[in-house]
Design a protein around this ligand. Structure first.
Ligand code: SF4
Ligand code: SF4
Ligand code: SF4
Length: 221
């Protein structure tokens, strides 16, 4: 069980989000929009995914810091696009989990967003458009992985985009590139699923049936 992972949003955050929804409505957002869901594009069969090998991770958090360095928006103090969680063990000995947005096959964020700020690319990457975002927080409620996070600075949500610009230029995602132990890799989900011992969740994490996340975890016994 990961002590720092709770898929439920706290009461305090819920109250804050209530204020934000009111603010969004105050900005003149039509009520009809609040009930309209975005429709996912045709995805094809090339869904990209992360593979996290818990056996190899030493908890150094270089993936976390690489994400911050590579992405201007991820330098906001209130947000952390990639997080390394632990179960209390020492560096090199504990059970760690490096987690970001899972670019789910059924992205709850995209489904609930009233202003279609999310799109899903043909390669399955779920992209958030901050220009469209009104900061209502619905996606923060909906995502079981706490991937969309509110920037207090911009009053809009922000999240991992799988370094699609880097990928489009033939580079690896920054977090993957930075991992010294190759504990974090990426590729086509259909290929990664063939990894021996790979699973889609761990004890204490949400059920994969909620959003069909695009990740494979190789658990450390
Ligand atoms: S992990 Fe959350 S934010 Fe990412 S695609 Fe899935 S539901 Fe959306
Ligand atoms: S991206 Fe999230 S916070 Fe922004 S408008 Fe959509 S649901 Fe609301
Ligand atoms: S893929 Fe890119 S944006 Fe996403 S967590 Fe890794 S470094 Fe950050």
């Amino acid at each position: 069980m990961f002590k720092k992972f709770d898929s439920r949003i706290s009461r305090r955050d819920a109250l804050k989000l209530g204020v934000l929804v009111t603010a969004a409505l105050g900005m003149g957002l039509p009520l009809s929009l609040l009930t309209k869901s975005a429709v996912a594009q045709d995805l094809g069969t090339e869904q990209l995914a992360f593979l996290f090998d818990q056996k190899k991770c030493i908890g150094c958090k270089l993936c976390e810091s690489a994400c911050r360095s590579a992405n201007q928006e991820a330098r906001d103090e209130q947000v952390k696009w990639r997080r390394v969680l632990d179960n209390g063990g020492d560096e090199g000995e504990g059970h760690f989990l490096s987690i970001s947005c899972n670019h789910c096959a059924d992205p709850a964020c995209l489904t609930v967003c009233p202003v279609t700020a999310y799109t899903k690319r043909q390669d399955g990457i779920v992209v958030h458009n901050a220009e469209k975002c009104v900061g209502c927080g619905y996606c923060m409620y909906a995502c079981p992985y706490h991937a969309p996070q509110l920037s207090k600075k911009t009053k809009r949500v922000t999240k991992c985009h799988f370094c699609y610009s880097r990928q489009d230029q033939g580079q690896q995602p920054a977090c993957v590139e930075a991992c010294p132990k190759k504990a974090l890799t990426y590729g086509k989900l259909s290929e990664l699923k063939k990894a021996p011992g790979g699973v889609a969740t761990l004890k204490g994490l949400p059920s994969p049936t909620i959003t069909n996340p695009s990740w494979v975890i190789i658990p450390k016994e």
